[in-house]
Design a protein around this ligand. Sequence first.
Ligand SMILES: C[S@@+](CC[C@H](N)C(=O)[O-])C[C@H]1O[C@@H](n2cnc3c(N)ncnc32)[C@H](O)[C@@H]1O
Length: 275
Amino acid sequence: MPRKMATQLFEGKEHASLYQKYRLPPPDEILKLIFSYLEEKKGKPFGLAVDIGCGTGQSTRALAPHFERVVGTDISKAQIEEAKQASCTANTSYCVCPAEELPFEDGSVDLITAAAAAHWFNIEKFLKEANRILKPNGCMALYSYHAYMEVHYKDCSEMLTANFTEYYDSLTKYASKHTETVHSEYEEIFNAIPYPDKQRITKMVHKLRMPVADLMGLLQSFSMFQTFLQNDPEAAKQLLQKTEQRFLEIMGVSSNETIVEVWAKNFCVLACKSI
Ligand SMILES: C[S@@+](CC[C@H](N)C(=O)[O-])C[C@H]1O[C@@H](n2cnc3c(N)ncnc32)[C@H](O)[C@@H]1O
C-alpha cells in the first residue's frame, strides 16, 4: 500500500470539512493549565499566540479572547481555507506554512500551542524554530488526546467502548508512525525539548456529550480512516456503517441522534524558554 507523507494526509477538502464539523475543541482544563503556566513564567500582557498545525481552527479560536493577537498556522491549504471560513474575532488570522519554518520575527511570540498536531512535525526542526520565535520566558504547550476513547451510555458503556476499540484496531494497519508518539503521551517530544523548565501532564479526562452521528463524524476524521477510505472506499464505508449499527444495537435505540458521553484521555507538555 503506498503510504502518504504525513503532510499530505490532511489536504483533502472533505477531510477538512469533517474536521471543521466534528473535531474535539480543546478541553477547558488544558486551556486553564496553559494560561496559568504562561502567567507564572512570563506574566502578562499576553501578546502574540501562535497555534501550529491549527487544522480548521478549533484550537486557535479558543486562544483569541486571551491574547492581543492569535495566528493559526497549518501546512494544509484545505484546512486553512476551512478555518478562514469559520467566524473568528478581529485579532485572529491564519496562514499556510510548515511548523519547521514559521513566518515570525525572532523573539516575538509569547505562546506556541499545537493541539493534536506536534506528533506530525519534524520535532528537531520545529523545536529550533520554536526557540527562535519565542520571547524570553515565552512558553510552548503541545497537547493531544489518545485516539482510544471510552463511550458511555446507561449501563452499556463497556460494550460501546469495546466497539470503539474494535473500530480503531481494525484501522491500525493504516496508521502512520507519527501516531506512535501519541501512544507514548509525547514522551519523546518531552525528552527532546532543550529547556530545563518543562513538565508533562497526563491522564486528564475530557468528557463530551454528543449524538452518535457526531461520534461517527469524529471517527471518520481520523487520518487512519481517511487512508483506508482512499485505499478501499467500499470496505471503509462498510466498516463505518457496521460500527454505527453496532453502537445503536448495543444501546437499544434506533436514532443516531441519541446522545452518548465520549471520554477522551488528554495529555499536555508545557515548556518555558530559558532566558
Ligand atoms: C490532527 S490535526 C489537528 C488540528 C487542530 N489543531 C485540532 O485540534 O483539531 C493535525 C494538523 O497538523 C497539520 N500538520 C501536519 N504536519 C504539519 C507540519 N509539518 N507543519 C504544520 N502543520 C502540520 C495537519 O495539516 C493537520 O491540520
